[in-house]
Ligand binder design. Structure first.
Ligand SMILES: Nc1ncnc2c1ncn2[C@@H]1O[C@H](COP(=O)(O)OP(=O)(O)O)[C@@H](O)[C@H]1O
Ligand SMILES: [Mg+2]
Length: 220
């Protein structure tokens, strides 16, 4: 579902590469935890996989059709992101001027899912993340944990084959963080999706199928 070979990335104006010659494979339905010290390049790696940043060399094959996101043009990347990838960020990125239901609907609009399917899918997914009836609410009236539940629903609603989560509970208290991550893992398993989850929680990492550590020398 995700296959990375020989990946190298150096940020502009930076003396040394964040990583070089990196390889990684995530099987269909597999959930992998990505750990490593702050600043080692975890977010850069996830952004390259999502095509939000461009790698300098190597290949990143995404989805059942194994499209190489490094080589796609911007339009093709956006299309692959819209249909094949769900992203959960640390800072939620829930849009304050859209209702909860409208936020969750964004990937459905981007991936062209038929309009009559939107409301039933959104309602059932909100219920599955513990937010039944929250559809008409404004994000400003939700707690941090509730906002991250919205972000999880939004990452899953278009049924992507690959979920990328970058410290999805870094802004939450430990008990809420644990609850939300358990929920994310359950929903990813239920959808049969693959996932790469950046986390600092040992407990969460151990609930995943495999733990990879990113170091300055590469993945271990
Ligand atoms: N856009 C950028 N331009 C220059 N340097 C960057 C940029 N983004 C990240 N970096 C640097 O790349 C390194 C890896 O950052 P990051 O991927 O955010 O690490 P992590 O997510 O593991 O904490 C850091 O040294 C960071 O300062
Ligand atoms: Mg990071």
């Amino acid at each position: 579902m995700l296959s990375i070979a020989n990946l190298s990335k150096r940020h502009p104006h930076s003396a040394r590469p964040v990583f070089s010659g990196l390889g990684l494979a995530v099987a269909a339905g597999e959930i992998v935890a990505l750990v490593g010290e702050s600043g080692v390049g975890k977010s850069t790696l996830l952004n390259c996989i999502a095509g939000l940043e461009t790698a300098d060399a190597g290949a990143i094959l995404v989805g059942p059709q194994a499209k190489d996101i490094v080589r796609l043009d911007e339009a093709a990347r956006a299309a692959l992101r819209a249909t094949g990838i769900g992203f959960v960020f640390q800072a939620f990125h829930v849009l304050p001027t859209l209702t909860v239901a409208q936020n969750v609907a964004v990937p459905l609009l981007l991936s062209g899912v038929a309009a009559r399917e939107h409301a039933p899918r959104i309602e059932s997914l909100l219920a599955r993340v513990g937010l039944a009836g929250f559809g008409p609410r404004w994000p400003g009236t939700l707690s941090g944990g509730e906002l991250q539940r919205v972000a999880i629903a939004r990452a899953l609603v278009h049924r992507p084959a690959l979920i990328l989560a970058d410290e999805p509970t870094g802004n939450l208290d430990p008990r809420t963080a644990d609850e939300i991550l358990t929920l994310l893992l359950e929903r990813v398993r239920e959808e049969g999706a693959s996932a790469l989850i950046v986390t600092h929680s040992q407990h969460v990492a151990q609930s995943c199928d495999r733990i990879l550590t990113l170091t300055p020398d590469g993945l271990q």
